[in-house]
Design a binder for this molecule. Sequence first.
Ligand code: GTR
Length: 326
Amino acid sequence: MSKKRLLVIPLLIGLFFTQHAITAQQSKLILHCADVHAFGYPTIEGVLYMAKLVKARTNGRIEIVIYPEGSLGSEASVVEMLQLGALDMGRVSVSQAAEVNPELSVLILPFIFKDETHKWKVLEGAIGSGLLNSLRNYDLIGLCFQESGHRSFYNSKGPIYRPEDLRGLKIRVQPSQIMFQLVEYFGASPVPIDYNDVYPALAAGVIDGAENNIPSYLTSGHYKVAGYFSYDKHTSIPEIVLLSKKTWLKLTDLDRKIIMAAAKESVSYQRELWSEFEVTSRKKLEQAGCKFNEVDEEAFRLGLKKFYHKYAKRYEKTISQIQKVK
Ligand code: GTR
């Protein structure tokens, strides 16, 4: 073998390994994901479950890193960052995704679901997947829905039994058109505030109350400054896990399939976790001295036809499809 060849071979081998190392490094992908809740909360735990599946199925090549407690900003800004491609993933309330794609508003409407079974038949059936897909037109990829129970009113003044009891109360709402209209319709004064700013507003008496599910009422600490929880269950807004379409377009077909499948598989785990978390949260709240009361549900449902007529007429077709789901 000539001297020249002897030099070229190690060079080529060296080049091969460097190239290989670069490709392996390049294909390592970290998906940054935002959530307003803390670790341990079922939304985050659902995404962590999904992350574990994705990591295992890509041999550690794709990792999902979570930024909890609103550290990347409000849910509205998270949705905007996802649309712009400045963030890869986010878990938010459907009410915030509906702000960019109003078609999702059907899932926010009061008493739209008969019960949890009906809700999940809708979410995991043709209507739910149609709604997830519709987000592509808004630069978002809907990966899956998550459970979030019912939302009810709570406040610092006293128990609410009927909508009339809400009159004169300043109630925080999510920055969402439908939620604003609904709370106003029930007779309270709605005040849109980002989730992580609600506690100081309640503590300072700027608002009298808010509305949310039992786990959020506990983990946000709102119960400490608004001790009356009235179990009216006026909405059952699901959570949603979103991916930026810009990130999606950079993925291979195989990686897309792996991520989609892992998201779908994480749902039953998240739902189970949710049921347990809801029960333990209520126990803790009762031990802390919070006053829970049942309400006159009929009084809350009364007149909702008018609400649907006024604010949800454009979703009539989907509403009737939802009602037909058995
Ligand atoms: C919670 C939900 C959060 C956030 C919050 C809110 O139930 O999990 O994503 O939307 O409500 O009221 O802002």
